[in-house]
Design a protein. Structure first.
Length: 127
C-alpha cells in the first residue's frame, strides 16, 4: 500500500478506473525506482538487447529492442512502457511496468560490426 492517497482526478476531471490503475502503477514504479533494483530483481528481469531509447513525447521515452525471458510474451522485438529510470553503466532500466536488464545497445552492436551511425543532422552536413 502507498503512504499517500491515489489521485482520482486531475484538473477537476475524474479519472476512470483504468486511468486510476495506471496512476497507481506509475506511483509504485517511481517508489520502486527510488529503492533501486536488487540482485534478485535483476536476475529475474527480462533482458533487452539491441535496444534504443526513443523519445515519444515531451518527457516520455520508451525502449525499443529484442526482449528475452519476458514473463508474459515470447522472445521478440518490443516497445516498452514509458521509461522512468535508466542506468547505462549498471545495465538496467525501470519502466512503468517492470525492471529490464540492458544488454548491448543497437549502436554498440552496429559499431562492433564496423557500421557507423550517422544522424539525419550529420548526414545533411556530409552533402
Amino acid at each position: 500500500m502507498l503512504d499517500e492517497p491515489i489521485i482520482n482526478e486531475i484538473d477537476g476531471v475524474k479519472l476512470n478506473p483504468d486511468e486510476i490503475e495506471r496512476v497507481k502503477a506509475w506511483k509504485l514504479a517511481e517508489k520502486d525506482l527510488a529503492l533501486g533494483p536488487n540482485a534478485e530483481q535483476l536476475a529475474q528481469s527480462p533482458l533487452l538487447s539491441g535496444w534504443v531509447l526513443v523519445r515519444i513525447g515531451e518527457g516520455v521515452s520508451t525502449l525499443h529492442g529484442d526482449v528475452s525471458n519476458h514473463p508474459s510474451i515470447n522472445d521478440c522485438r518490443i516497445v516498452t512502457s514509458p521509461v522512468i529510470g535508466i542506468h547505462y553503466v549498471e545495465g538496467w532500466a525501470r519502466t512503468r511496468s517492470r525492471w529490464y536488464r540492458l544488454g548491448q545497445s543497437l549502436v554498440e552492436e552496429l559499431e562492433q560490426e564496423g557500421i557507423a551511425i550517422i544522424s539525419p543532422k550529420e548526414f545533411g552536413k556530409l552533402q
